[in-house]
Design a protein around this ligand. Structure first.
Ligand code: MGD
Ligand code: SF4
Length: 715
């Protein structure tokens, strides 16, 4: 209550200050602006109500296939993000030491000149490759274009190796196509839905949550495998409280049952797949009895859940998950999930996975960009042969080691590597090796504290971004357009990239006078004017996805689903997933696992006054028995200390039967330390501070982060 009152007071004051600050005119009436959301990466369609120059309401666009008239709670938080009193309001140039958070306000021309000079110096002395980008969100395409034109191959997003990269590589190796984002799953029509560590609903992806509700109302059976009794588990018919790190054993046992009992989709596998014989031999020993012992779940549950999947096939969807960076063998776990789906015949079938469709919207015509001949420093394509995107963690590793060559400047935009890249100490060491660090953000997040120049981007409600050309079950093109003018002295990402590009001699790649010109040119090739697009907000085009035909050719080297992967065998990896044991916690230790809350996105929303008002901090889930042994009661403040002595907290303990006694759980993104984030600073515990170790997936360089063990101490 207290908190809420404080927020309302601050919110009101901030709104008033903002109205004065940006000189908005009174009484301009009410209008609706169609745009898309940036509160997470899902990009739902938004209807923004603008009254007298201020955004006063947000709603889901009913015409948009991702929102279907609804927003999640975070989506509604867009207005509070706009009015967050802690927003960056003007460009800043560092005055004190890095991390001291002492800055001088600067004009845009001074900040951009300073940045261009620093970047140009690095380019002259060491070549363009010595500049790296760590970028995320819809700010990323603008900075990506700038960095690409600049000539560096070192451009990465922490949404690949740290998140869904291992999953996409596993599916790509098996089906020849990644799962994509949004995922091409047909949850609403699944008759059996299997969720392995995927806490659907808590990890709020609007469309999926709606589809999950639809599936449940149609009587779908749900199988949840999770060491924590998640919200999805509370809706499940089978709940398998698995020992962390043993999912591959369970998956192999399910595969074993389908093959041994001839329950797999024989016609589908005969038609579309290769490698069944090798798979059969490989899983011969993976009996349910063996897996029950390894995974610490009941043998009967393994068998009966496998039978349920088989009975529902092909509408039996084993969800591929999203944040897949767990143990460093995550591509193989994702391969096992892909193989199980193949045996169930669910890929290319209603109630399983449907190949996404998308319209074609031509690119803006630009002169070709000369690609760098140097490899990227993150090991993509060299050490990590099957990586299809660059590794953000690899950029940090390469900067720290100066191998294969030194990186001397970073451009960070829409990303907070001090929260999202494992081993923060390594990130600090890498930052210390930089001559220049430029940050584009809307808030003074941790990474901004270490920047030489901080550039304030306006929020998504104040700007254009690139078109969202959706690849989903229904193709679409959506527009992001400003609902109001940028507040304070903030600027859109496209403008920042263009102005910097022009100063760096890259004008040929930034010919647009404004972003409407850019968008108009792209839309011209799509047969729509910018004015029509502004009015419609989203246009459905490109058709709907459908089940695959009998002669479907998969985009693998063999043209078939590869149960046995020759690509992996040739590269020296297991062609069929194999279970390897992972270290388990020692006496007095817990494995640290983490996930999401429906009210927050990664580390980006904890300072949002509205969302922080509802969920200001995270809790440490600890099993009742383990808590009692330590004198920890519900609500006790606890400190977590990991195997390397790193600590996080204090945070409130959630003492519960809903988690195994060998692990603790928390929501990622809390425990901020940046002084300028008044609602987030010091609230809860930072899982990132405890992830001092990570296991790199040798196949594509994914970062497994569930490999840290903690002690929990009552404060
Ligand atoms: P966020 O943590 O959301 O994303 O990692 P990041 O890419 O670092 O940080 C986003 C930053 O963008 C914030 O500073 C925010 O203020 C800023 N921002 C928000 N909106 C805008 C905008 O409109 N413009 C600009 N310029 N900036 C904006 C995400 C990554 O983290 C992912 S995808 C996953 S799945 C991983 N999850 C994860 C985890 O669960 N635990 C740990 N320990 N690490 C993780 N790392 C990964
Ligand atoms: Fe916005 Fe929620 Fe949709 Fe994400 S899921 S884009 S936060 S409404």
């Amino acid at each position: 209550m207290m908190y809420r009152r404080t927020f309302l007071e601050i919110g009101g004051a901030a709104a008033a200050a903002a109205a004065v600050g940006c000189g908005r005119k009174p009484s301009t009436g009410t209008r609706t602006v169609k745009t898309y959301c940036e509160m997470c990466f899902w990009k739902c369609g938004v209807l923004a109500t603008v009254r007298d120059g201020d955004v006063v309401g947000l709603a889901g666009n009913p015409d948009h296939p991702l929102s279907r008239g609804r927003l999640c709670a975070r989506g509604f938080g867009g207005i509070a993000a706009l009015h967050d009193p802690d927003r960056l309001k003007t460009p800043l140039i560092r005055q004190g030491a890095r991390g001291e958070e002492r800055f001088q306000t600067a004009s845009w021309s001074a900040a951009l000149d300073h940045s261009a000079e620093a970047l140009d110096r690095v380019r002259r002395e060491r070549g363009p490759e010595a500049v790296a980008g760590i970028i995320h969100g819809q700010t990323a395409p603008h900075l990506h274009h700038l960095l690409h034109a600049f000539g560096t191959p070192n451009i990465a997003e922490p949404a690949y190796a740290e998140c869904r990269g291992p999953r996409d590589a596993g599916f790509q190796l098996t089906f020849g196509i990644p799962v994509g984002s949004p995922e091409c799953t047909d949850i609403a029509n699944a008759r059996v839905l299997v969720l392995l560590g995927y806490h659907l609903g808590e990890n709020m992806h609007n469309t999926q949550a709606q589809d999950f509700a639809a599936a449940l109302s149609k009587g779908a059976k749900v199988i949840v495998v999770d060491p924590r009794f998640s919200t999805a588990a509370s809706k499940s018919d089978w709940y398998l409280p698995i020992r962390p790190g043993t999912d591959i054993a369970l998956l192999l046992a399910w595969i074993h049952i389908l093959l041994a009992e001839n329950l797999y989709d024989r016609e589908y596998v005969d038609r579309y797949a290769i490698g069944l014989k090798e798979l059969r031999e490989s899983v011969a020993e993976a009996t349910p009895q063996w897996a029950a012992g390894v995974a610490d779940v009941f043998e009967d549950d393994i068998i009966s859940s496998a039978h349920a999947m088989a009975a529902a096939k092909p509408a039996a969807l084993v969800h591929p998950g999203r944040h897949a960076g767990w143990y460093g063998d995550d591509v193989q776990r994702s391969r096992a999930i892909a193989i199980l789906n193949a045996l169930l015949g669910s890929w290319g079938r209603n109630g399983g996975f449907l190949p996404p469709v998308s319209p074609t919207v031509p690119k803006y015509p630009l002169p070709p960009i000369r690609e760098s001949s140097k490899p990227s420093v993150d090991g993509t394509g060299t050490t990590y042969r099957f990586a299809t995107m660059k590794r953000a963690t690899g950029m940090v590793e390469g900067t720290e080691s100066a191998k294969p060559y030194p990186v001397k400047a970073w451009i960070v935009g829409g990303s907070n590597p001090l929260q999202s890249i494992p081993n923060t100490a390594q990130t600090h060491r890498a930052i210390n090796r930089l001559d220049f660090l430029m940050v584009v953000d809307i808030l003074p997040a941790e990474i901004a504290s270490y920047a030489d120049v901080v550039l304030p981007e306006c929020t998504y409600l104040e700007r254009y971004d690139d078109l969202h050309v959706g690849a989903f079950r229904e193709g679409f093109v959506a527009l992001r357009q400003p609902a109001i003018e940028p507040m304070y002295d903030s600027k859109p990402g496209w403008w920042i990239a263009r102005e910097l590009g022009r100063r760096l001699g890259l004008s040929a790649w930034f010919p647009w006078a404004n972003y409407e010109d850019y968008l108009g040119k792209r839309l011209e090739g799509f047969g729509v004017t910018i004015d029509e697009m502004k009015q419609r907000g989203v246009i459905l085009a490109g058709g709907k996805s459908a089940e695959i035909p009998l002669d479907y050719n998969f985009e693998t080297p063999s043209g078939k689903i590869e149960l046995y992967s020759k690509q992996l065998a040739d590269a020296g990896f297991d062609p069929i997933p194999r279970y390897t044991a992972h270290p388990q916690p020692g006496p007095g230790q817990f494995r640290l696992v983490f996930g999401r809350s429906p009210l927050h996105t990664f580390g980006r929303t904890q300072n949002n006054p509205a969302l922080a008002g509802i969920q200001p901090e995270n809790e440490v889930w600890i099993n009742s028995r383990a808590a009692a042994e330590r004198g920890i009661e519900p609500g006790s403040r606890v400190l977590l200390v990991n195997q390397d002595g790193a600590s996080a907290g204090p945070a409130r303990a959630r003492v519960t039967e809903r988690i195994r006694p060998d692990c603790v759980y928390m929501v990622h993104g809390f425990g901020h330390s940046a002084r300028g984030m008044r609602f987030a600073r010091g609230k809860g515990a930072s899982d990132s501070d405890l992830v001092t170790r990570y296991a790199v997936d040798p196949i594509m360089g994914g970062t497994g982060k569930f490999v840290n063990f903690v002690r929990v101490e009552k404060v």
